[in-house]
Design a protein around this ligand. Structure first.
Ligand code: BEZ
Ligand code: FE
Length: 301
């Protein structure tokens, strides 16, 4: 057996990957080894700590199901998801900022007509959303836009047992009209905690961090000839805007949501109390790319 000290070992492990034919794989695995070894050396990691880490990651995997992705959540709360997003969107020009996809995107949504109520039967203060998609300064027609958000208890439809039988709510696809616009009715989103009943929740508790995300609506805009845009619109004034548990807030994504008291909403309905209006323009960046696929769907295949 070859002799090593804790420094020469790293080179020995790197050498063991010398015959990797895919150059990108070789870079990724080599840099991973270098970073992991550095971590172990810098922290003088104990056997107990390494055992704990392995058990933690094992439990993270075991918590995953077709509708629950604890590894995405771990990546989100460690800031890795938003960092991967940042290094892949270094220059935005005047395009809308991107943010994390999150674990509750379930893939292509069911198309609904403009003005539809995606919150039918769900309690909450009504909100009307009017949005526009542009690229190179021009409105973009015929563009699919997936939207989704949590209910007043902070749950996404796919977290509820009824999802299996009743299907989607607070989630839909809209296709932009000739003016690049689309609109829908929903409820005003509220801030909510990311799931804390698994290993990631244990991490929050052990580090005295809160698990809250500020109120937001998710949007995925995907037009040919443009980079897919994965983003949120956050509600101005939310108390968690400066301490999002997954580091996803960018100033430009915070929108003023206006409260109205007039008796008719833009869709012609008569709400029983105040309602809210959100409007936003999504500016796409010319380019290409694949819209993200939900890991949940991949797990079910
Ligand atoms: C979400 O906004 O849906 C979300 C994002 C990251 C982690 C958990 C939830
Ligand atoms: Fe969300």
């Amino acid at each position: 057996m070859s002799q090593f000290n804790d420094r020469t070992l790293t080179q020995q492990v790197l050498d063991s990957f010398a015959n990797t034919s895919d150059p990108r794989l070789k870079t990724l695995i080599s840099e991973l080894v270098i970073s992991l070894h550095e971590f172990v050396r810098k922290t003088n990691l104990t056997f107990e700590e390494w055992d704990f880490a392995i058990d933690f990651l094992t439990r993270t995997g075991q918590k995953c199901t077709a509708t629950r992705q604890e590894f995405i959540l771990l990546s989100d709360v460690l800031g890795v998801s938003i960092l991967v997003d940042a290094v892949n969107h270094r220059s935005r020009d005047d395009a809308t900022e991107t943010t994390v996809l999150g674990p509750f995107y379930v893939g292509e949504h069911k198309p609904m007509p403009h003005g539809s109520d995606i919150a039918a039967g769900i309690p909450g203060e009504p909100m009307f959303v009017n949005a526009r998609v542009t690229g190179r300064g021009e409105p973009l027609a015929n563009v699919p836009v997936d939207v989704w958000h949590a209910d007043d208890d902070g749950f996404y439809d796919c977290q509820r047992p009824a999802y299996e039988t009743q299907g989607a709510s607070l989630r839909a696809r809209f296709i932009t009209g000739p003016d690049g616009e689309f609109s829908f009715r929903t409820i005003l989103p509220c801030s909510y905690p990311v799931p804390t009943d698994g290993p990631v929740g244990q991490l929050f508790a052990a580090t005295n961090r809160h698990a809250m995300r500020p109120a937001h609506v998710h949007f995925l805009v995907n037009a040919p000839g443009f980079e897919p845009l994965v983003t949120h619109v956050f509600v101005e004034g939310d108390k968690y805007l400066k301490s999002d548990a997954v580091f996803g807030v960018k100033d430009e994504l915070v929108a003023r949501v206006k409260r109205h008291d007039d008796p008719i909403m833009p869709d012609g309905s008569s709400p029983s109390g105040p309602w809210h209006a959100m409007s936003y323009e999504f500016r796409l960046r010319p380019g290409t790319g694949h819209a993200p696929q939900p890991l949940m769907a991949a797990a079910m295949e």
